[in-house]
Design a protein around this ligand. Sequence first.
Ligand code: NAD
Ligand code: ZN
Length: 240
Amino acid sequence: MLSEIGKDRIKKAKVITILTGAGVSAESGIPTFRGEGGLWKNYPPEDLASPEGFKKNPQLVWEWYNWRRNIIRKADSNKAHLGIKKLENNVDNLYVITQNVDGIHKKTGIKNLIELHGNIFRNKCYKCGRPFGDITSEEIPVCDVCGGYIRPDVVWFGETIPANILERSYKWSKRADVFLLVGTSGIVYPAASFPLYAKENGAYVIEINKEKTVLSPHINETILEPASEGMKIILDIYKS
Ligand code: NAD
Ligand code: ZN
């Protein structure tokens, strides 16, 4: 459900900024980190998606990424991704910032997109930083220049987001008349600070999630629905 005030703010919004998380891809069959199906061989993602985890057991981390890449390779966009794409037709400016590394928003052709945490199909050398494309080997590959291990080019827990990308994310958040959170638990920073920053700067903040989150008490309203259904509710506003 969405309040009349919320509907009115959406209808009048010239700029909508959306922050998406793993929940937007859940209906594509891609497991989230938190919630059912998120665990792989009983390892918490925080132990695998971190420099410490990689240092401890690079082969294990590589295998986990192989598992995730294989799921994502087979996955397609769902009605939530497509609904976000459709929203581009209803506002002057739609900005999408995603924490997902699955590349699905890019596939749907979102014009203004930031992949905040990188892309799982890109790799780089852990030692010298040399970029590599998609690699499917079961064994962890090594860099042909320096001999270092190759890792996915994603932002791990404890790593920083490049300054220019972060700056652009704050700019898009500040411009928002309405800020939408879709399928994110709101516990990963700095992403979780974007909706709060947007609100401080006058945005009306709405979240779409199957559950309440730690951000729920600090924002304007929550649509307690799966991402696809939530996006349908948003799009239906323009029909009335
Ligand atoms: P998260 O796993 O912490 O939280 C997922 C959120 O989605 C939860 O709040 C859950 O209630 C909600 N959710 C689950 N199914 C939903 C549905 N069908 N509709 C709406 N909401 C639903 O994910 P996060 O907040 O994105 O943060 C964790 C990190 O996980 C991110 O940095 C991201 O890089 C990484 N991640 C990415 C992918 C991906 O690329 N698809 C998948 C898993 C994790
Ligand atoms: Zn190297």
